[in-house]
Design a protein around this ligand. Sequence first.
Ligand SMILES: CC(C)(COP(=O)(O)OP(=O)(O)OC[C@H]1O[C@@H](n2cnc3c(N)ncnc32)[C@H](O)[C@@H]1OP(=O)(O)O)[C@@H](O)C(=O)NCCC(=O)NCCS
Length: 178
Amino acid sequence: MSQLFPGAVVEPVELTEANGTVCIRTAGASDVENLSVYFTGLSTTSRNKRFSGARADPGVVAAECIAKSGGLDNFTLLAELREEGRSMIIGEARYAYDAAARHGEFAISVADAFQRMGLGLQMMTAMETRAIDLGHEMIAGETARTNAEMRGLAKKVGFNDTGLGDWHSVHLAKRLSR
Ligand SMILES: CC(C)(COP(=O)(O)OP(=O)(O)OC[C@H]1O[C@@H](n2cnc3c(N)ncnc32)[C@H](O)[C@@H]1OP(=O)(O)O)[C@@H](O)C(=O)NCCC(=O)NCCS
C-alpha cells in the first residue's frame, strides 16, 4: 500500500486541521502501551460511549484488544497521526467476527480533539474493506439510542436499524458486497 507507512490499510491522508498525516493501519503487539494511553486520554463521555458505560482499566482493555486481534477474523485498526517525526494514536476500530451469527461486530472511537474531521468515516470504510476481503457478508454493531454521533456515522456508511435493540440501545447492521 504505502512505502512510507508499512501496514497501512488505506492510503495515508493529510489532516489539514492537525498539520500532519494520518495513517490507518492494523494494530500489533507493540501498540498496547500507546493504545492504553489513547484510551486514558479519551474524555469520560467518549470512553463511556465506546465501552457502553462499563468501567474498565484502559491498560487491560488495550491489552485485550491487541490479544484478540491475532486471528484472521479479528483485527484492530488504528488511526495514527504523524507529524514532525512523532506519532500519536487518534482513533481505533475493533472488529470481531461472530461465526455463529455470521457477522462481524465492531466498536470504534476517535480522540475528542479529532472528532468531526472525517476520521470515523475513513476507519469504518477501511474496516468494511478488510471484512469484505475476509469474505464476510455482514457487519453489525450496537450503540446507545442517545449516541447521535455513532448513529449518524452508521447511517452515513449505510447501516440500518435492525429493530433488535431495546429501550436503551439500537442494533445496526449492514450487508457487505464486493
Ligand atoms: C462516533 C465517532 C467514532 C464518530 O467519529 P468522527 O470521526 O467524529 O466522525 P466523522 O467526522 O467521520 O463523521 C462522519 C459522519 O458521522 C456523523 N456524525 C459525526 N459526529 C456527529 C455528531 N456529533 N452528531 C451527528 N452526527 C454526527 C455525520 O453524519 C458525519 O458526517 P458529516 O460530517 O458529513 O455530517 C466519534 O464521535 C466517537 O469517537 N465517539 C465516542 C465513542 C463512540 O461513541 N463510539 C461508538 C460506540 S462503539
